[in-house]
Design a protein around this ligand. Structure first.
Ligand SMILES: [Zn+2]
Length: 133
């Protein structure tokens, strides 16, 4: 087992990029609802040992907000005045006004979002922190 924050079996869907804690994941339910609405074929979620997917897929940030994975760091992400639990994937360097920028992932409204943000919108986060202070 790679990390005590994870579980032994996880849920994946065909063609997906992440693994999830359970089929009750709000992001999974919402994603499948949207896919059906678009008329896409929606496969049943599959329960697999985590070792099979740990290195091919990223953890769903809704399900595993405290798992950073290799090279990533836990962080808080400020969007629309609210601090969300996020992951800092990597620093990109300084931008044109001298601020550090990073590739960031965070969850909001049951959707996982990836974006580039500068240091003003980021704060370090400890695994058990529930809110940003
Ligand atoms: Zn999830």
């Amino acid at each position: 087992m790679a990390n005590s924050v994870l579980v032994e079996r996880v849920v994946v869907t065909r063609g997906g990029l992440v693994f999830r804690r359970s089929t009750r994941c709000a992001a999974l339910v919402e994603g499948q609802r949207k896919a059906r609405w678009r008329g896409d074929e929606v496969g049943d979620p599959e329960n697999v040992p985590i070792d099979r997917v740990l290195y091919d897929r990223a953890p769903c940030i809704n399900c595993f907000p405290d798992y950073a994975g290799p090279g990533a760091k836990l962080c808080w992400v400020l969007q629309s005045g609210v601090w969300h639990k996020g992951l800092l994937k990597r620093w990109r360097g300084r931008n044109s006004v001298g601020l550090w920028e990073a590739d960031v992932v965070y969850a909001a409204d049951h959707t996982q979002r990836t974006l580039v943000l500068d240091e003003r919108f980021l704060r370090p986060r400890d695994p058990n922190e529930q809110t940003s202070t």
